[in-house]
Design a protein around this ligand. Structure first.
Ligand code: PMP
Length: 445
């Protein structure tokens, strides 16, 4: 009997034994293609020798030194690589051990910024419905995923509110132009600032491309420029959560590069260390850093394992490989192939409402009725059944039960490692189509 407190205590867990390239193998011997990199984590696949050697070398040299006494070379070099050229004005990096921890640090950093510049009345954050920013209490309170929030609602802080996300498939009106949709969402955000009192807002927080909850939703063109304007008008910060969509996943190192705006604060995690070590990060903009430096002198936040040497060494090697091997271009070109492959095989399926994504970050949304976009009853467990069918077909894809239109929606994420080749992507699209067929029986609509 397992003594680990698992997600599911009613069944014995499957033991993963080995990982090699795109493949994961269970202790029982069977293997699957890791077609979602876990939850968009394993950007280099498994067993990368360079990363393993970098980790080992770091552990042999220095496994740990507390940041109250020391920084370490790996953390300094990783920060230099990420923000040395100040992309979008981001000037310093803080390293944590997960996406949630990064989000907590971003919340505190943004509050501290306003304390430093003499605006202590700012205490509110505006995020979006159906969003997910992590499972720790601050990040959970910030997020708008009702199913995850609900059990803990009585113990969440009251400084968070939510506006509509930019989710064209579910939110854009019939015949409504992108410009009109953007204007409507910006007006809603403006109204929320007014309702709260504009000078009480610390930040608007959004995922640049939504991963968790609703699955690979990129905003319509102009959306991020419009929300940036609303934030600027009221002196609030823009925090972009790129824990899932960042670090090359959508074809540029930062997903915001494709939106024509940069955040004041950004969170990163999964693709940062590619799963080789638990590591997340916060990238802080110049004006935020300068305010801390001129004010109290530094970040009033920290953890025992922040900027852990072995975690930073792993992430540094992952990021060097992404650059040296031209993997961003690869994500862009292979991403088009994966998207086209999924669309071709499943775009017309009766139960597939939407195929959406960017780079190597794709989702399928399943619906009971394509015309009305009605979701399945949660009792059908559609995304879990698709996940199970896909495993039987030899691919691991990530199931999501987000909330759409107040009901639970079914999506799965396909997010293969950046090292996948065209043949592997075609195999993933084929197996995905087989899995969908296994669950619904019907094919084209
Ligand atoms: N933000 C986003 C956008 C995420 O997708 C996730 C993880 N799914 C988190 C934050 C939390 O990261 P972690 O699970 O590493 O705490």
């Amino acid at each position: 009997m397992s003594r680990v407190l698992h997600r599911n205590l009613r069944a014995d867990p499957v033991l993963a034994a080995t990982g090699d390239g795109l493949w994961l193998r269970a202790a029982e011997g069977w293997g699957v293609i890791d077609a979602s990199g876990g939850a968009a984590v394993a950007c280099l696949g498994h067993g990368n020798r360079r990363v393993i050697q970098a980790m080992t070398a770091q552990a042999e040299r220095l496994a740990y030194a507390h940041t109250v006494f020391f920084s370490c070379e790996a953390a300094e070099e990783l920060a230099e690589l990420l923000v040395g050229e100040e992309p979008g004005g981001l000037a310093r990096a803080y390293f944590a051990s997960s996406g949630s921890e990064a989000m907590e640090a971003a919340l505190k950093l943004s509050r501290q910024y306003f304390l430093e510049i003499g605006q202590p009345q700012r205490r509110r954050y505006i995020a979006r419905h159906q969003s997910y920013h992590g499972n720790t209490l601050g990040a959970l309170g910030l997020g708008g995923n009702m199913a995850r929030r609900e059990p803990y609602a009585p113990i969440l802080a009251d400084c968070f509110s939510h506006v509509s996300p930019c989710f064209a498939y579910r939110g854009q009106g019939e015949g409504e132009s992108d410009a009109a949709y953007v204007a409507r969402l910006a007006a809603e955000l403006e109204d929320e600032f007014q309702r709260l009192g504009p000078d009480s807002v610390i930040a608007f927080v959004a995922e640049t491309v939504v991963g968790a909850t609703t699955g690979c939703v990129a905003a319509v063109p102009g959306y991020f420029r419009a929300v940036r304007e609303v934030c600027d008008r009221h002196g609030a910060l823009l925090i972009l959560d790129e824990v899932m969509c960042g670090m090359g996943r959508t074809g540029t190192l930062h997903a915001w590069e494709q939106e024509g705006v940069a955040p004041d604060i950004q969170t990163i995690a999964k693709g940062l260390g590619g799963g080789y070590q638990p590591i997340g990060g916060v990238l802080a903009g110049r004006r935020v850093v300068e305010a801390l430096s001129a004010g109290s002198g530094g970040l009033k936040h920290g953890h025992t394992y922040q900027a852990h040497p072995v975690a930073c060494a792993a992430a540094l090697e992952v990021q060097r490989i992404i650059r040296e091997e031209g993997l961003l271009e690869r994500v862009r070109s292979l991403g088009e192939r994966l998207g086209a492959g999924l669309r071709e095989r499943l775009g017309h399926h009766l139960r597939v409402g939407d195929v959406r994504g960017r780079g190597l970050f794709w989702a399928l949304e399943f619906v009971e009725d394509r015309a009305t976009r009605r979701s399945f009853d949660p009792d059908h467990r559609v995304n879990d059944r698709i996940k199970e069918a896909a495993l039987r077909r030899g691919i691991a894809i990530y199931p999501m039960g987000g909330t759409v239109d107040g009901t639970r929606g079914d999506h799965v994420i396909v997010a293969p490692p950046y090292i996948a080749d065209a043949a592997a992507l075609d195999a993933i699209a084929d197996r995905m189509a087989d899995a969908v067929q296994d669950v619904f029986g019907t094919s084209a609509g």
